[in-house]
Design a protein around this ligand. Structure first.
Ligand SMILES: [Zn+2]
Length: 313
């Protein structure tokens, strides 16, 4: 996954509201090292500063330009949060680590096999960040893509072909909807209870979905999540044979009307993976935007930012 720049350099559409935020202290947590002596101006976001690109900026001009963009992005986010009815503006995730953390299988989640992709519910980090993951793919609400793009919140989708295959285009649009892309990962072809299947059938479920995602979206996903979070050693062996590097489960699950927690303390922790689903009003008490509103209100109120899973795993 390319690490083109910190989130602070991504600029949303509502550029005209720059004046709304004037504090330059806004840059303090951007962590992007674009100040004087950082080796030149930050790479401009696509289409943002063609004129500035034509001649080299001085260090201070580059800094000013950077600060302007940060303010612009903040203003857009504040506006988007208001538009979508969030109680607070989502917090900005810190710059991703230079090196991804080493991830091991969570205690109690091991199988007998060794050298298999790790199974985990939380990514090791001290940052107050969580990861948002959305499973299956039945509900294809265009509002979800619009909302997440405008709020500039990263998320990852774990797709199962049997519910995705009536409209691959929706997820192609999702994949392209954010500057750094929305990653599409493997959740099997048919969403079976994997431990009931032979090694060969599990392999068909996982490798088959790798093929679908590669054919439709251009990449073989590195991440796999077994349906219902159920797996055995054959599942992990098959996943590895299909090119899967890691098996992220989840620490909590978001619904439009509540959270469900895996941990006894019923709380978020640094690096927690949050699960939710592509569902609509027929399946649960609200729309996709209702669910996002609810989970974002919880995440932000607890002082967490949403980070991009692929920066860490
Ligand atoms: Zn599922």
């Amino acid at each position: 996954m390319a690490k083109g720049g910190s989130s602070s350099r991504r600029v949303l559409g509502a550029a005209l509201l720059v004046a709304a935020l004037t504090t330059t202290a806004a840059c303090s947590d951007s962590g992007s090292g674009a100040g004087p002596g950082a080796g030149g101006a930050p790479a401009p976001a696509a289409g943002q500063q063609a004129a500035a690109k034509a001649r080299p900026l001085t260090a201070s001009a580059a800094l000013n330009e950077h600060l302007r963009k940060v303010r612009e992005q903040r203003a857009a986010r504040v506006l988007a949060a208001r538009k979508w009815g969030l109680k607070q503006t989502p917090l900005e995730a810190p710059a991703p680590p230079a090196k991804k953390p080493a991830i091991t299988t969570r205690k109690g989640f091991e199988t007998d096999g060794t050298g298999l992709p790790p199974v985990f519910t939380t990514v090791p980090t001290k940052e107050k960040i969580v990861f948002l993951t959305i499973d299956d793919g039945a509900e294809k609400d265009p509002e979800l893509i619009r909302m997440m793009t405008e709020l500039d919140i990263p998320y990852s989708a774990f797709l199962s072909d049997y519910v995705v295959n009536d409209d691959y285009g929706y997820f192609a649009k999702m994949q392209r909807s954010q500057a750094r892309g929305v990653a599409l990962h493997n959740h099997t072809l048919n969403h079976r209870y994997m431990p009931a299947l032979s090694y060969e059938r599990q392999k068909r479920e996982i490798c088959g979905m790798q093929d679908v995602i590669e054919k439709r979206y251009g990449t073989r996903p590195p991440l796999f999540r077994p349906p219902y979070g159920n797996y055995n050693e054959d599942t992990l062996r098959a996943a590895k044979a299909c090119g899967v590097r890691a098996v992220p489960l989840w620490a909590s699950e978001a619904f439009p009307d509540r959270m469900e927690w895996r941990e006894w303390d019923r709380d978020l922790h640094p690096g927690d993976i949050v699960l939710t689903h592509f569902r609509g009003k027929d399946d649960w008490k609200g729309s996709m935007p209702d669910m996002i509103r609810r989970v974002m209100n919880v995440i932000t109120a607890k002082g967490y930012a949403v980070a991009k899973l692929e920066d860490y795993v």
